[in-house]
Design a protein around this ligand. Structure first.
Ligand SMILES: Cc1cc2nc3c(=O)[nH]c(=O)nc-3n(C[C@H](O)[C@H](O)[C@H](O)COP(=O)(O)OP(=O)(O)OC[C@H]3O[C@@H](n4cnc5c(N)ncnc54)[C@H](O)[C@@H]3O)c2cc1C
Length: 293
């Protein structure tokens, strides 16, 4: 199938893109790498009347480290993030996660802004942004607003972005001295969307966690910042405490059945990930001993 007819304009600057979005309102869609938008249009899942192509706006591309903040322009491609030594040094969770986003051909075109605006609940990068406590920078003709990642994702393919707004960048706190991270997803094949995944960022102090952010994905309509993490922070972690945290996690999840997995399998895998994550980050393999693989 081919996309329905649409009008097209290539924006030359952020200002130009915002003018076009303002003029065309709800009938317009932003085009970045096209790796999600074009398949959806070709399948006629959506039929926008007007496409605003932002792909050539250089000011939206690139990675800058300023003090302890890493700013990534919306048009920065997955492949650029994967290769970036700045990202590897300051946001290693992202380097690890991006290797699981689709395949090289898609990573060569797909962008971080497109992935976040698309807001697929099984997607890796939205969960990473939540785990990393990132700020999403949004611009419209009315000005700029900044939204915490955990408030940005609203539902399946739904964010706080309006049709007249552009996601321009993300800002991520750089990993500190005692920062550690964990990323794992269960997928049928490398490059497939996750059945269940976990992106986690923590600060270790002594034998425990001073801070722990657990962002689960493919378990609900948007990334889930697990409150159960609170059970594991500023406390000595014993098998009993870990079991309590797993029970608390089970309580707060409400996964659904789909063709990939049943809800109960998803619950089980989420708890497996919590156990593995804790054991890995604290370098306490005994916490994972005896657990099902
Ligand atoms: C075969 C295949 C496998 C895939 N596997 C995975 C996977 O495992 N994990 C994963 O996360 N993704 C996967 N994807 C999806 C894809 O990698 C991302 O969704 C894609 O990279 C999005 O970026 P893009 O630049 O291509 O966005 P586009 O397709 O251009 O846009 C996506 C959506 O975001 C909006 N948008 C884009 N940029 C902006 C912006 N700056 N401001 C406001 N709105 C914007 C568009 O209007 C559109 O609604 C896969 C895709 C394919 C085709």
């Amino acid at each position: 199938m081919k996309a329905a007819a649409f009008a097209y304009a290539r924006a030359t600057s952020v200002g130009d893109a915002l003018e076009l979005l303002e003029a065309h309102g709800d009938g317009a869609k932003v085009l970045s790498g096209g790796q999600s938008l074009m398949p959806a249009m070709n399948l006629r899942l959506i039929s926008p009347q007007f496409i605003v192509d932002i792909g050539e706006i250089a000011e939206l591309r690139g990675i800058a480290v300023t003090g302890d903040v890493v700013r990534i322009g919306a048009l920065t491609r997955h492949a650029d993030l994967l290769r970036s030594s700045d990202i590897a040094a300051h946001v290693p969770l992202l380097t690890e996660a991006i290797a699981h986003v689709a395949h090289p051909a898609i990573r060569n075109r797909g962008t971080i802004g497109g992935s976040l605006a698309h807001a697929d609940p099984a997607s890796e990068l939205p969960a990473c942004m939540v785990a990393l406590n990132a700020t999403i920078v949004i611009r419209s003709k009315a000005g700029e607003r900044r939204v915490a990642a955990e408030d940005f994702f609203k539902g399946i393919y739904e964010t706080v972005l309006s049709a007249r707004e552009l996601l321009v960048a993300v800002e991520i706190p750089a990993a500190g001295k005692n920062s550690v991270h964990f990323f794992h997803e269960f997928a049928r094949r490398l490059g497939d969307y996750a059945i269940v995944g976990l992106a986690a960022q923590a600060t270790v102090e002594g034998n425990g966690f001073a801070d722990l952010r657990l962002a689960f994905f493919a378990l609900g309509e948007r990334p889930i910042l697990a409150k159960a993490a609170g059970r594991l922070v500023k406390t000595a972690i014993t098998p009993a405490i870990l079991s309590e945290a797993m029970a608390a996690l089970d309580q707060e999840l409400d996964p659904q059945d789909d063709q990939q997995a049943s809800a109960s399998m998803r619950r089980h895998l989420a708890k497996v990930l919590l156990r593995r994550c804790t054991a890995t980050l604290l370098v306490r393999p005994e916490l994972n001993a005896g657990a099902p693989a």
